[in-house]
Ligand binder design. Structure first.
Ligand code: SAH
Ligand code: SF4
Ligand code: F3S
Length: 471
């Protein structure tokens, strides 16, 4: 048993991580034969991508997927710690699984993802939720087959959570959910330690993947017919800063663009590390999509300082305007937190002013949620829930107004769309534009998987309606 430890999780060593190759223990390949598994994913794209690895590892053990947890012999929750409601959802699901296990004694319940890295969660699982069979942390996810095997053969609760990140493990099998769009990890962990955020504790030190491995993965995806990659990391702009040679996000974007993959997205970008060179590369290559997710978090420089974001409102606006100016047709989205400790009405109004200036194409807005062991959770002046809710409501009204405006600008324009499938209505296809907008249009199923031209005929707040133009 190995339990999470926040003191270790917070440390940042100067050690260089090595690359390690994943090896599957073939003795475990029959454990799940004839059995079914279900997995539920919470949280960000990184977790979604981890789920694709989990699925492949579990299927190598002989399990087959079922989309109803009640029919499964093994249920895994891939959890998120970012806000209290993510916690509540996972705990709610664990409650349902407890009932299921009362009827189905052999059910195996596992938990992984960011919550596995939290001391409080683990002590609750050990003391109060003994029906959870195993927990595996984010740093040692590749041990999943071994841990699962141990739980089954020893018939006891197994908890294996490393608090220090280890080597970067290459070659973990992957079962991608989408045949056209793929996630590709480029950097793990985060060293920014924004004062509200738990990610640096749950995902460890910032570690960049070797460029060769990334390019090779994208080249394979091109060969397999993939049309789109999203380069993933908590802060992709910091890519390469941990190398002892000169190679950064700008270089990587350029090399990925040269593989010829038709569409490249990347996320998330911290405003701090966004360089002019990156802007130039995005503008230069047609296959790097004109879409930037640039979380601001607050429009008040005082609050930004307390958040540890390392930029002022003015610096953010300068960067924002530069990106808008230099990348033709760029769409910029953001993340905003309301009700951060000490946030006054004036601070909040500054956030509204900033939104008025930036007119974001879209935004994810959140109520501040205190997280275990983060500095902001200890701040004395926490904001009342009702005030937070009022601010969120006001902010969303403004955000929605600009999202609609951004979509309206596309009316009567022809956009490029990666067609993903047929919606609930027959003969109505759906896909995403090169700026990640959802679009529905009548068309033949043979277009699925292709990048086609569609004319926007109607724009709504959350989606577009279009007419097929041609390939
Ligand atoms: N690495 C990304 C963000 C990852 S978390 C970045 O730095 O931009 C996604 C979003 O969740 C954050 O941008 C932030 O807006 C929000 N978030 C993080 N911690 C939060 C907390 N404690 N309460 C509310 N929202 C939070
Ligand atoms: Fe969290 Fe800040 Fe790191 Fe983003 S940059 S993951 S908000 S600590
Ligand atoms: Fe959540 Fe962990 Fe992602 S906390 S947002 S799943 S990195």
């Amino acid at each position: 048993m190995e339990l999470p430890d926040y003191v270790k999780a917070k440390q940042r060593s100067k050690n260089k991580e090595l690359d390690e190759q994943y090896v599957f223990n073939s003795n475990l390949s029959t454990i799940g034969v004839g059995k079914k598994y279900f997995i539920k994913t919470y949280g960000c794209q990184m977790n979604e991508h981890d789920t694709e690895n989990i699925k492949a590892m579990i299927e190598k053990m002989g399990y087959s997927y079922v989309d109803n947890y009640k029919e499964a012999d093994l249920v895994i929750l891939n959890t998120c710690s970012i806000r209290e409601n993510a916690h509540n959802k996972a705990f709610g699901m664990l409650g349902r699984l407890k009932h299921l296990k009362e009827e189905k004694k052999d059910l195996i319940i596992g938990l992984c993802g960011c919550m596995a890295q939290e001391e409080g969660v683990i002590s609750e699982i050990i003391n109060k939720r003994k029906y959870v069979d195993f927990v595996i942390g984010t740093h040692n996810l590749h041990h999943l087959p071994e841990v699962l095997n141990k739980t089954i053969s020893l018939n006891k609760q197994e908890i294996e959570v490393f608090s220090k990140e280890g080597n970067i493990v290459e070659g973990i099998p992957v079962k991608r959910d989408n045949p056209y769009k793929a996630y590709v990890n480029i950097i793990y962990g985060c060293d920014k330690f924004c004062t509200y955020c738990i990610v640096p504790f749950t995902r460890g030190k910032q570690r960049s993947r070797n460029p060769k491995d990334i390019i090779l993965e994208v080249e394979e995806l091109v060969k397999d017919g993939y049309k789109e990659v999203t380069l993933l990391g908590q802060n992709v702009n910091a890519y390469g800063k941990d190398f002892d040679y000169q190679y950064n996000m700008e270089n990587l974007l350029e090399d990925v663009a040269k593989t010829g993959i038709p569409r490249i997205f990347f996320m998330t970008s911290h405003p701090w590390d966004f360089t002019d060179g990156m802007i130039d590369v995005i503008a230069k290559y047609e296959n790097i999509m004109p879409f930037v997710h640039l979380p601001v978090q607050s429009g008040s420089s005082r609050v930004l300082k307390l958040m540890g974001r390392r930029y002022t409102k003015e610096e953010y606006i300068t960067l924002f305007d530069k990106i808008r100016e230099r990348i033709p047709g760029v769409v910029i989205s953001t993340d905003i937190i309301v009700g951060f400790p000490t946030e006054t009405e004036e601070d909040f109004n500054e956030t509204l002013d900033l939104v008025e200036h930036c007119k974001y194409d879209s935004a994810y807005t959140f109520i501040y949620s205190p997280r275990e062991k983060t500095p902001a959770a200890e701040f004395k002046e926490q904001i009342d829930e009702s005030v937070k809710e009022d601010r969120l409501y006001k902010l969303n009204e403004l955000i929605n107004k600009y999202s609609l405006e951004s979509n309206k600008k596309l009316e009567n324009k022809t956009v490029s769309v990666l067609v993903e499938g047929e919606g609930t209505k027959k003969k109505i296809l759906f896909g995403y534009t090169d700026t990640k907008k959802l679009i529905n249009f009548p068309g033949d199923k043979s277009l699925i998987g292709k990048i086609v031209k569609v004319k926007v005929v109607d724009a709504k707040s959350w989606s577009l309606d279009g007419e097929y133009v041609g390939e």
